[in-house]
Design a protein around this ligand. Structure first.
Ligand code: R5P
Length: 314
């Protein structure tokens, strides 16, 4: 399939979308968004999309629910303007942590998001590092999940960290952190972190592995309120780590995250640009932002040309 490729962006993803468009050698397609005083949103597509292969970028960022509606309305508008295929490109997937029924009478909202995106008219989804890989199975339409690990590992390899250990901040992230340890040929330590309530203060109870005198490199899928990171760093220092670095894919950085990260005094915090950082970028010392734009551009090009994208997942 080599239909005309058109790339649209919703509001929250504009910065990344611009970079992806540049990497693809194209420009962002024109659309108009009008927010009425009753909060209703009108999306008007300003380009001909008939029979086109349309990619619509949106990422989960505040105001989250406005952003979700914007994506759904945009998909619907493009679909009804006779696009041949519509792909929702969602670098940071909304409600990714609501992926299981771990309490009675709660919603698995990550699955609801999948239903909504498909119901709006998306034919495919392209996303990155879902909180748990099985969320991919929530979609009845094809869903490709990119992995930022190659980008983070390339950067970490160049740093030549000596006497380093990869740290999984909790049991749930052990598999993911283990794959980084394998890629970087480093040992792995796993923290036993428990969250007893819906609060921002998880507790580290024990460590499996050796961190004493080592450069600890904490790897997580996201930093949200920074509570986990704060507790992880404190535990690693108590356990005798000589340096603490951290890397995550999605820098959600909400609530008190900036304050907590600053207080954690990390050697370096490495993140990607799946979530726009805006002014927060200047509020964190030793912050390195790696772009995932090239990887998304490669995936979009491959999908458009009907080529395999599996090489990009390695
Ligand atoms: C937990 O399961 C995740 O992998 C992250 O550790 C968590 O989402 C971070 O949240 P917060 O920054 O609010 O502690």
């Amino acid at each position: 399939m080599r239909d005309r490729l058109l790339l649209f962006s919703c509001t929250a993803a504009e910065e990344l979308a611009q970079k992806i468009a540049e990497a693809l050698g194209t420009h962002l397609a024109e659309r108009e968004l009008v927010q009425f005083s009753n909060d209703n949103l009108k999306v008007k597509i300003l380009e001909n999309v008939r029979e086109a292969d349309v990619f619509i970028l949106q990422t989960a960022a505040p105001p989250l629910h406005d952003g979700i509606m914007e994506l759904l309305i945009m998909v619907d508008a493009v679909k009804h303007a006779s696009a041949r295929r519509v792909t929702a490109v969602v670098p940071y997937y909304p409600y990714t942590r609501s992926d299981k029924k771990d309490e009675p009478r709660i919603s698995i909202t990550a699955r609801l998001m999948a239903d909504l995106i498909a119901a709006a008219g998306a034919d495919r989804v392209l996303t990155m590092n879902l909180h748990s890989p099985q969320i991919q199975g929530f979609f009845k339409i094809p869903a490709d999940q990119l992995d930022a690990a190659p980008i983070l590992c390339d950067y970490l390899r160049k740093k030549n960290l000596v006497n380093a250990v990869i740290v999984a901040p909790d049991a749930g992230s052990a598999k993911r952190a283990g794959s980084y340890a394998t890629r970087l040929n480093l040992p792995l330590a796993i923290l036993d972190k428990r969250r007893t309530a819906d609060d921002e203060s998880p507790e580290v109870l024990a460590v499996i592995g050796d961190v004493k005198g080592k450069t600890a490199l904490v790897l997580d899928d996201e930093i949200s309120t920074g509570g986990s990171l704060q507790e992880t760093v404190a535990a690693l220092r108590r356990l005798g780590a000589s340096e603490v670095h951290a890397a995550c894919v999605h820098p959600v950085l909400c609530g008190n995250a900036i304050k907590r990260i600053r207080e954690a005094r990390l050697e370096e915090l490495i993140v990607t640009d799946t979530v726009p950082l805006g002014e927060k970028k200047d509020q964190i010392e030793n912050l390195c932002v790696l772009s995932v734009a090239g990887l998304f551009a490669d995936a979009i090009r491959s999908i458009n040309q009907g080529e395999s994208v599996s090489a990009l997942f390695r």
